[in-house]
Design a protein. Structure first.
Length: 255
């Protein structure tokens, strides 16, 4: 996942450079123009949707990447698609605030997703946030057979509360994938965003966890919630609830 974030950082220069020439794309035809540009530059079909202030771009992969070189190619393809979409948004007169790329095989058995806050891209360009801060604000999610199809078809307007909540879960999952000690401590938890409702962030866990792992997870949630809620001051999350198997509550964390 770290390599994917590095690529995200590298392509931002191209995004910004190519978006400084004024309005090139108009909101009335933004999705059509985005699909045409993806077809032209990547030689592949795509579907674009705008829901409120959120733009979605769905691309179909030829299959599930199983080898390291195949995964690298898939990640590069996803990033190129995301680069095109962000470039179009920044060069348009639209009110888009959040951008989402979904990449998946034909059977929708797995989905790779990138979510960005467009304001973060602008803030990095204007040197309001650092390189490291910018790369850490990218949401990277992977959903398997149990949730992939629903996730792909669930297109809705993302709020700043949802973005912050997804970022907290995504960052913890990134730590789990890159840190064997942390992964061992929390086992195969597969933390996922569910929703934000009444100032409460709901997350799901793949397995019920023992008390020792619960304390490790609680500490990590508190740390990352404090970190990201400071970055997005308009987000209003006061409580985190983690739900386990059979909708069994695992922990409540008051912030």
């Amino acid at each position: 996942m770290k390599s994917l974030k590095i690529v995200c950082f590298i392509i931002v220069f191209g995004i910004i450079f190519n978006s400084c020439g004024g309005t090139s794309y108009h909101k009335e035809k933004l999705t059509e123009e985005l699909q045409s540009l993806v077809k032209k530059e990547l030689k592949m079909n795509s579907q674009a949707f705008i829901v409120g202030n959120t733009i979605y771009l769905d691309i179909e992969l030829s299959g599930i990447a199983k080898k390291q070189d195949e995964m690298k190619y898939s990640f590069e393809l996803i990033n190129e698609a995301f680069s095109i979409m962000t470039r179009v948004v920044l060069s348009s007169d639209s009110d888009v605030k959040f951008a989402v790329v979904n990449a998946y095989p034909k059977d929708k058995s797995i989905v790779f997703r990138i979510i960005e806050n467009i304001d973060d891209v602008k803030n990095y360009y204007y040197l309001r946030i650092s390189k490291n801060d910018f790369t850490n604000r990218s949401i990277i999610e992977i959903d398997g057979p149990q949730n992939a199809k629903f996730s792909i078809e669930d297109r809705h307007d993302i709020s700043i509360d949802e973005f912050a909540g997804r970022l907290i879960a995504s960052y913890i999952m990134s730590d789990i994938r890159s840190n064997p000690l942390f992964a061992a401590a929390v086992s195969n938890i597969n933390l996922r965003f569910l929703q934000v409702e009444n100032k409460t962030l709901y997350l799901s866990a793949n397995t019920d966890i023992i008390s020792e792992a619960r304390e490790v997870l609680k500490l990590s949630l508190r740390q990352e919630a404090s970190n990201f809620l400071k970055k997005y001051e308009t987000a209003d999350i006061r409580l985190i609830k983690v739900i386990g198997n059979g909708k069994k509550p695992i922990l409540d964390l008051f912030l």
